[in-house]
Design a protein around this ligand. Sequence first.
Ligand SMILES: *Cc1c(COP(=O)(O)O)cnc(C)c1O
Length: 417
Amino acid sequence: MRSYVEESQLFGKEDPEELAVRYGTPLYVYNEEIIRRHMKAVAGVITKYPYRANYSMKANSNLSILKMAREEGLNADAMSVGEIMLLLKAGFSSDRIFFVPNNVSEEELQFAIGHGIMTSLDSLDQLDLFGSINPGGKCSVRINPGIGAGHHEKVVTAGRKTKFGIEEHDIDAAFDIAKKYGLHITEINQHVGSQYLDPQPFLDAAENFLRIAEKFNELEYIDFGGGYGIPYHKLEDEAQFDMEDFSKRFTEVLDSYAEKHPNDLPLFKSEPGRYCVAEGGVILGRVHAVKQNYGIRYAGTDIGMNVLARPTLYDSWHDLEILRDGKAVTDGERENVYVTGNICESGDLLCKDRNLPVIHRGDLICVLDAGAYGFSMSSSYNSRPRAAEVLITKEGTAKLIRRRETYEAMFADLVDD
Ligand SMILES: *Cc1c(COP(=O)(O)O)cnc(C)c1O
């Protein structure tokens, strides 16, 4: 069996067993080189036209990672006031931040307006609210293309069944609202789905979006959204998203629009999140108990659904490696096992019935592809402090980038009189 952590040298010069002892488990470990490589790839997708990739920071909002995105020339998408604050803290100037919220209050919109941050409005109602507090301003409108993404059913249903954006036939109503407040809709954005390995649905949606763009007459930006996928089944040789091929085909889609708009070419944008960070992060956790219940083999770890929510939330697959004495166990006896966490929920499972090398108490479990939607979705459920995060720097050595949450911090807001 392959070992991704060894092939990619994810731990640099560090020994994962020593990291686990030094920082404790569960522990998020990121590799700077891998993350920067992915960020560079998305930044360079389009070179023929004005283009900018916005890192969708909800995938991973650690300050050190945000700083990397800034250094790699990415702009950033924020979904909340908290995310805007973090971006400002990471040194992003206001003009490099795009606020893409939904269902926010007047105060939250006011925060973005006050900082001069371009904002996307997700409904006619939010557009009206925005106009009423920022008449004469510029804004973006999020379009939900619904139908129109062609024959790719997944994208189409994703559009129709999600809460996001305004429908195409509401664009005239959006113009009416804009007119009422003197607003300038200088950007349109969409985000049609996530985790594509085949770019065709994205490209179809992009082509459709350029058709919709013709309805607007003062566009400075057209934002096609994110969603580039990563191979979660990499140990079974699942192929990477082919960025080179995508870059070529995406450019071709833009060509026809560019031909029609030689003098008013907007800045094209995309919003990758997962692709930037997923493969550059893993979770190290300790196996504390192995047992057999009614014929099922369980390996009990400290990586609960509080640490990584994706398997419980979406039934997501994450490849797992077993580390013993700091080395990946790639051969020897195997067995089918359910790997679980330490949370009191029966849904607290990292995987079901997975064929893995035989696991023993004291082993480390390494969860691959945990750099995106890992820590950022974690919680302190069961009153378990949130994990620490460590970065393997370009020098190959570990640097703590988030301390493990303390019990004091966890209890700090409780009011007890
Ligand atoms: C989450 C999100 C993204 C990023 O999606 P990925 O699948 O992580 O690339 C981009 N745009 C919007 C509006 C999002 O909500």
